[in-house]
Design a protein around this ligand. Sequence first.
Ligand code: GLA
Length: 730
Amino acid sequence: MSIIYTPEKKLFTLHTAGSTWQMKVGRYGHLLHAYYGKKVEDMDLSCLIREMNRGFCGVPYEAGEERGYSLDTLPQEYPAFGVGDYRTACLHAVHEDGSQAAELRYVSHRIYDGRYQLPGLPSVRASRTETQTLEILLRDKSSELEVVLYYGVLEQADVITRACRIQNRGKTPIRLLRALSCCVDLPDGNMDLITFHGRHAMERNVQRTRIPHGRLSAGSTRGTSSHQSNPFVILCDPDAGEDWGNCCGMTFVYSGNFLAEAETDQTDQTRIVMGIHPDGFCWTLEEGDTFVTPEVILTFRPDGLGPLSRTLHDLYREHLIPRRFLEKRRPILLNNWEVTEFDFTEEKLLSLAESAAGLGMELFVMDDGWFGERNHDKSGLGDWTANRAKLPSGLRGFSEKLRNLSMKFGIWIEPEMVNEDSALFRAHPDWCLQVPGRSPNLERCQLVLDLSRQNVRDYLFDCISKVLDESQASYVKWDMNRNLSDVWSAALPASRQGEVSHRYVLGLYELMERLTGTYPDILWEGCSGGGGRFDAGILCYMPQIWCSDNTDAVERTRIQYGTSFGYPICAVGAHVSAGINQQTGRQVPLETRAEVAMAGTFGYEMDVQRLDASEQEQVRRQIQNYIRFEHIIRLGDYYRLTSPDTDETLAAWQFVAKDRTESLVSIVALHPKANPPFRRIRLKGLEEHAVYRIDGEDQVWKGSALMYAGLPVPPLWGDYQSCHFYIRRL
Ligand code: GLA
């Protein structure tokens, strides 16, 4: 049993393979948090919920003289605003009389096998035997507002998931100004929060901050999960590192506005909450209405950030990313974006594709520019029919010609967007998000379609289906090239405008569900100007996401390093691009560009017709290598061997097959030095007593030698050289 209720103590205990979560109904009915951490056997830990009169900390009315029973200091499962807990809250409700208070108390609970349902939202998948659910019903003491807390325990996967359903059982409306998904209250202070910040073309930089007194938040109000901040954070001990220390990952399964907010409170306890960002959010619950929050995945590891990442990677592969993609190798593709941008003809693309096929590539992706009047980024979005000037034989004819070259066909779309200069906008100017009487903020000359509207979604479903039927595409890159602003929907009354951002995301999920469900054999890749929507929500529909518009291999080592903390390598879209990089002008050897792209889905985005004979040979070899190793990359364990924050000279990472019989180690020189110190790299994840051989070498190694003594790094002379070692157990 992974969920245990002890009635005499009103104690709930949740066990995963390696962690325990415990909570207790307090003597006045509040749901108090007792413990989250390394697995503890059969023990009532509610002694950790301590009471002390702290002064200036009020108590619930009935507690009277029990001045230590203060919601201001007690650890809670789902804190609400307005009744004496001044820390960051999960719930902020406004009643019809204008009062802003909710004091949630335990009513009942239910434990069952299988998963709770979150209608319209993506979430972790698991069979009835893999998971149990605990539902706890809380009710506001003085109104008919109810909250059902969901706890999903995936014992073997070693995670707990949380979400909740907020319901109005009364007759008068309730407005929700904040409806977050979860709270973790820990008794210790002095903890670190690791967040992943960035910008376009430089996503998921790792930032580690001591959680201060006062609030520390990461979040997005951009309508998407964003380049600037990622909906994944890690709470950890100040001394936690790759292979040691307590850490707790929190992943938000959502692609829109989010908030992860932590604080150290007045008595040095730590609180962290996660959910939809309250800025601009206002959701009205009429009589009988419910609001369901997105899911948070909680992962606890007592042994460091590396194990935390690997637990998450496994979870994504087993329980989040559609399974049908995990079992297959992804095709090696050529994408034309960095080669041609908008300037291409069918002839040009076919000759590129022919050269690519000759090198061993399997899929040709026609990126932006194939439709409507799309000759630059100022027009055409919304008009999803082939531009006959560029594609005289249309999508059907073009893809047939590709197939005759033994190439599969992939296509780029950006369904959520419209240019003012498009037939779609001229026909339906009210279909986009904008505020009447205001000129909307423009990004890349485009506006966002109002996906909260069913008719807009139906239109998009029909025209994208037509594109897919006609083109017989086997891969689709779903892009999204701006943030939301001027969020206002012509289809909703004034009182409901605070719901639009979330309704947009629900609409997006519905459209993704319909399209990916109707075309399950298509390989879908998410994208938002690179990694602007790299999140667990998208990965529930699409197995991979274009990681960044920055294809500079050296910069990518940092971006992919940061991404690997929360996301599996099989989800990371990575391509080999031109010798002089388009984003930075840096020159990186072809071998190194491929080495870095191998830590992802692997493809090319360069003019393969300009390769000389020896480069062509290199590319052929790279493709063969990738095909040889990709099962370890897609299915194996990933180890970060260096950190860009502490190592300016090398970047190294390692894949190890689950049965530890094979491993691939990649090393990239970031900064060649004169008269350099000798370096060795200590490998990880091998079997200590097993004997391994490095491909191409006669010497054999014990696993322990590779892991504890380390592998000597060969001299890497010149800019950004790289090498890899393929290691096999004998
Ligand atoms: C975004 C994507 C790129 C490319 C362009 C096309 O920036 O991330 O890969 O598809 O759009 O406009």
